[in-house]
Design a protein around this ligand. Structure first.
Ligand code: ZN
Ligand code: ZN
Ligand code: FE
Length: 755
C-alpha cells in the first residue's frame, strides 16, 4: 500500500475548542502517525498513512469537527515521509498562540446539562459548569493569548480534580479555560439592593421565591445582567416597566424548552431551530391568542421575543416553579446593559429588589442577540452574544482597517487578512456610557485581534459621535462612506461582492446632497455607487422629532396634497390645536423641516393616518405595528408617479397617501390598507429595478436598510423580483439595520484604499 504524508494548516476558531484531541482521535481512527500543534495561524497537523485514509482523514476534519470550531481555511501541503510510530499532541510556545481567534460565548452543552442534573456528579447543580465545547469565552477574555491567566477566571486556581481534566487530552475539559467546580470555582450570592447578602440557604431557591412574590430579580448572566419577573404577574411586569422607564418596548421571555414556548407562541420549524442554535438569540415568534401570560410583556405586539436558557444558571432558575421568565436586559431605558457588580448595584438599585450575583467577572458587556425568520431564512436584528467575535469572510485578502459604524445600534468592525470582525451591539452613541463602551470595545478588539488599522471608515454625517471619533484619529487615513452605500456594501459583502442594484430603505442617513436619504435605489459596487432613484423629498417637520411623532410626517404629506383644508378632517384626535398649528406653520414656512426621502418616515405617515400611532415611544414602533396588522393577502396596489428627473427616477408617493386616506375614510380596515401599502411598495421595488436593469444590464438586487427588517415587505419584494428573473441578495450574517453599517463601511473603505 502506498503511503503519503501531508501538512495540514487549519485556520479559524480552532484553539480552545477541543480541536487537538479531536485530531488525535481522528488519527487513531485512520491509523495515522504524525503530530498536531497549535500555532499562530491556528492548528497545524502532520499526518502520514495509507493514501486513501489520509484523504478520508482530511474529509473528516470538515464533517466531524468539534461544535465550537469554525474552519475558515485549510491548506494542504504534501511533504516527505518520515519514520514515526505514533501520533503526538505537541505543546506550543505562548508566542506562537497569539493570533488565535477567540470563540464566542456558547450555551451550555448537553453533556454538561446531564452532569448538572446528575446527583452523583461532583458538579451537581453547580451553576458554572462548562467544558471545552461550552461556556463563557469572549465576555471573559481580557487579552491574548486565550489562556486562563488572561481571562476573568484568573482569580480562581484550579483544584487537583479540575487541573487533571484541564491537562488530560482525553477529558472533555481539556484546555477548557473557564473550567471550574464547587470546590475551586465561582459561587452565587443573593444580595439586596444595598449590596447586603440575603440570608438564605440557597440563593437560587430564594430568588425563585422572590419571583413568586412578584419581586424583580437582577440576574448576572454571561454578558450582563437581566431583570427577571414572573411573566404571569401583570402587576410585577407593570412595576418593572415603571421602574425601568420603558413604556412599551417589548420584554424578552426566557422559556425552559420548546414545549413551554408552544404554550404561548406559535413557533415554526425554522424558528425552533433558530431558538435551539448554540448562539441562543432572542427569536421573534408569533403570540398564541390564548397565551396566559401578562398582556403587558409585549403590548400592542403580535410577537414575543423568546429565548431558550443558555447558561447553567438559567436552567437551574427554570427547573422549579417557573418554566418561563421575563428576562429583559438590565438597564434604564437607553443606558447600556449593566455588567459589573458595583455598577449594577448603583444603576439597578432602584429597579431590582434583589440581585442574583456571582464572582466571575464579566469583562466585555455583550447583549443578547435578536433574530427573526424572514422569507424562510434567519435574519439578525441584533448581532451580539453568541456571534461575536466570529468573523465574516471577505472575498479577498485586505488591509487592516477600522470602521466605526453609525450612531444608533452602533457596532464597529475591524478587518485583516480577508476577514471582517464585527463587534457586539454597542448601542446609541449619544448616551455617554455607550460611547465609553464604544471606545473600550475598539481598543479591546484591536488588542485581542492584533489589528493595527491604517485607515478608519466612518459615516458622512458630521454629527455622529462615531464620525467625530474618526476625525480625532490623527494618525489614521479617514474614509467617509455614504450611509446607504454602506448598507448596500454590507449586504454585498455577505454575498460575495460584485456589482448590483441596491434597494436601500431605512429611517435616515446623511445624503451626498446634505438631505436625509432613506428610500434609495442605487447602482454600484464596493468602490462606488450612483443614485438612480429615490422617494420624492418631503419636508420632515421638527427634524428628528418626526421619528418620535409619526403624525408630523403624515401632516406633511397631507398638506402637500390638500393644503390647510386638511384641518377640517380632524384626523389626529390626540393632537392639540396648538401642536397642529405649530407643525403646519413649520411645514409652510419651511422652519426646521429638512427634506427627506426616507421610506421609514413613509411607513410612519401611513401608520399615523390609519390611527395606529400619533406618537411612539421607540424608534420604528409605528412601522413595526403597521407591518403586524397587515393582511398579507392583498394584491391591489396604490398609484404612485415615477418620473425621470436629471437622470434619476423620482417616486412621488403622494397619490399613494391620497388613496390610503380615501380607503381609511371609506371605512376600509387598517389590515387591508396596510396589506395594500406593502404590496404597493413591493410593486415600486420591482418596477424601478426592472427599469434599472434595462439601463444597466444588472440582474442582482440587494435589499438592505432597517426597513427590510420588515418580514412582509422583504418577502413580497423578493418574490416579485424573483418572478421577474432577478437574483435577490439579502442579509443573513449581519443586520439589515444600522447594526450592519460598519461591515459595509469597512469593505468600501478597503476597496477605495486600493484604487
Ligand atoms: Zn459543556
Ligand atoms: Zn475544581
Ligand atoms: Fe440606516
Amino acid at each position: 500500500m502506498t503511503q503519503k504524508r501531508q501538512k495540514i494548516i487549519i485556520e479559524g476558531i480552532v484553539q480552545g475548542v477541543g480541536f487537538r484531541p479531536f485530531i488525535h482521535q481522528l488519527a487513531m481512527r485512520y491509523h495515522m502517525v504524525g503530530s498536531v500543534r497549535n500555532d499562530s495561524r491556528g492548528v497545524t497537523v502532520e499526518v502520514q498513512g495509507e493514501e486513501s485514509a489520509v484523504d478520508e482523514f482530511v474529509n473528516s476534519i470538515h464533517t466531524d469537527k468539534p461544535p465550537l470550531a469554525v474552519i475558515d481555511a485549510i491548506d494542504i501541503i504534501p511533504i516527505p515521509l518520515r519514520d514515526e510510530v505514533s501520533f503526538a499532541i505537541l505543546q506550543s510556545s505562548r508566542s506562537q498562540l497569539r493570533r488565535a481567534q477567540i470563540p464566542p460565548d456558547t450555551c451550555v452543552c448537553d453533556d454538561c446539562l446531564r452532569e448538572l442534573f446528575d446527583p452523583t456528579d461532583r458538579r451537581y447543580l453547580y451553576p458554572f459548569i462548562n467544558c471545552t465545547n461550552c461556556g463563557p469565552r469572549y465576555s471573559i477574555v481580557t487579552g491574548i493569548p486565550y489562556d486562563r491567566p488572561l481571562t476573568t477566571m484568573r482569580t480562581f486556581s484550579l483544584c487537583a480534580a479540575c487541573r487533571d481534566e484541564y491537562q488530560n487530552p482525553e477529558s472533555r475539559r481539556f484546555h477548557a479555560q473557564p473550567n471550574a467546580c464547587p470546590d475551586c470555582g465561582p459561587h452565587l450570592q443573593l444580595v439586596n439592593a444595598k449590596g447586603k447578602v440575603v440570608d438564605a440557604l440557597d440563593p437560587i431557591t430564594e430568588a425563585i421565591h422572590r419571583l413568586d412574590q412578584g419581586q424583580i430579580v437582577a440576574v448576572k448572566g454571561l454578558g450582563g445582567y437581566h431583570l427577571a419577573v414572573d411573566p404571569k404577574n401583570q402587576k410585577a411586569v407593570e412595576e418593572l416597566r415603571y421602574r425601568k422607564k420603558r413604556d412599551e418596548k417589548p420584554f424578552a421571555l426566557m422559556a425552559k424548552d420548546i414545549e413551554t414556548v408552544n404554550r404561548f407562541a406559535v413557533a415554526g420549524d425554522d424558528e425552533i431551530r433558530l431558538m435551539q442554535s448554540a448562539e441562543r438569540p432572542i427569536v421573534l415568534v408569533r403570540k398564541r391568542n390564548d397565551h396566559e401570560l401578562a398582556e403587558n410583556i409585549a403590548p400592542g405586539n403580535r410577537f414575543f421575543g423568546i429565548l431558550l436558557p443558555y447558561t447553567p444558571l438559567h436552567y437551574l432558575l427554570l427547573a422549579g416553579k417557573f418554566s418561563a421568565l421575563v428576562m429583559t436586559s438590565a438597564n434604564l431605558s437607553d443606558d447600556p446593559i449593566a455588567y459589573q457588580d458595583a455598577e449594577a448595584l448603583i444603576r439597578l438599585g432602584a429597579i431590582a429588589d434583589v440581585f442574583l450575583n456571582h464572582d466571575r467577572e464579566i469583562y466585555m458587556r455583550t447583549d443578547d442577540s435578536i433574530a427573526r425568520i424572514v422569507a424562510q431564512r434567519p435574519v439578525l436584528l441584533r448581532r451580539s452574544r453568541g456571534f461575536v467575535p466570529r468573523s465574516i469572510g471577505l472575498p479577498e485578502s485586505c488591509q487592516e482597517a477600522l470602521a466605526v459604524g453609525g450612531e444608533l445600534k452602533n457596532t464597529i468592525c475591524l478587518t485583516r487578512g480577508g476577514r471582517a470582525f464585527l463587534s457586539q451591539h454597542i448601542g446609541d452613541l449619544k448616551n455617554l456610557e455607550v460611547y465609553d463602551s464604544f471606545k473600550k470595545t475598539i481598543s479591546h478588539l484591536m488588542s485581542i485581534l492584533e489589528i493595527t488599522p491604517k485607515l478608519v471608515a466612518h459615516d458622512l454625517h458630521p454629527d455622529y459621535y462615531s464620525s467625530r471619533f474618526a476625525s480625532e484619529q490623527a494618525e489614521l487615513e479617514k474614509v467617509g462612506v455614504q450611509h446607504h452605500h454602506a448598507h448596500f456594501a454590507s449586504c454585498l459583502a455577505e454575498n460575495g461582492g460584485g456589482s448590483a442594484i441596491g434597494v436601500i430603505f431605512d429611517g435616515a442617513g446623511y445624503g451626498l446632497d446634505n438631505k436625509i436619504w432613506g428610500g434609495e435605489f442605487l447602482v454600484g459596487d464596493y468602490q462606488e455607487f450612483q443614485r438612480h432613484g429615490h422617494i420624492q423629498y418631503q419636508p420632515m417637520p421638527g427634524g428628528d422629532l418626526a421619528t418620535k411623532e409619526p403624525w408630523r410626517m403624515a401632516l406633511s404629506y397631507l398638506m402637500s396634497l390638500y393644503g390647510e383644508s386638511i384641518e377640517d378632517l380632524r384626523i389626529f384626535p390626540n393632537i392639540s390645536d396648538l401642536e397642529w398649528q405649530l407643525v403646519s406653520q413649520a411645514i409652510q414656512k419651511k422652519i426646521n423641516s429638512p427634506l427627506t426621502s426616507s421610506c421609514g418616515r413613509l411607513f410612519d405617515a401611513v401608520a399615523a393616518i390609519l390611527g395606529l400611532r400619533e406618537k411612539v415611544s421607540f424608534e420604528g414602533q409605528a412601522a413595526m405595528e403597521l407591518e403586524m396588522i397587515a393582511d398579507p393577502g392583498q394584491s391591489l396596489v396604490y398609484p404612485v408617479h415615477i418620473t425621470p428627473q436629471n437622470g434619476q427616477l423620482i417616486i412621488d408617493v403622494k397619490p399613494l397617501i391620497e388613496s390610503v386616506l380615501k380607503d381609511h375614510l371609506n371605512g376600509i380596515g387598517a389590515a387591508v390598507i396596510s396589506g395594500r401599502f406593502h404590496a404597493s411598495l413591493a410593486n415600486i421595488v420591482e418596477e424601478v429595478c426592472s427599469d434599472l436593469r434595462r439601463k444597466n444590464g444588472l440582474n442582482r438586487v440587494v435589499l438592505s436598510g432597517g426597513v427590510f427588517q420588515n418580514c412582509l415587505l422583504t418577502e413580497m419584494s423578493k418574490s416579485r423580483l424573483e418572478s421577474s428573473g432577478f437574483k435577490v441578495l439579502t442579509h443573513s450574517q449581519v443586520p439589515p439595520n444600522d447594526g450592519g453599517l460598519a461591515l459595509g463601511q469597512a469593505v468600501v473603505a478597503i476597496s477605495k484604499g486600493h484604487s
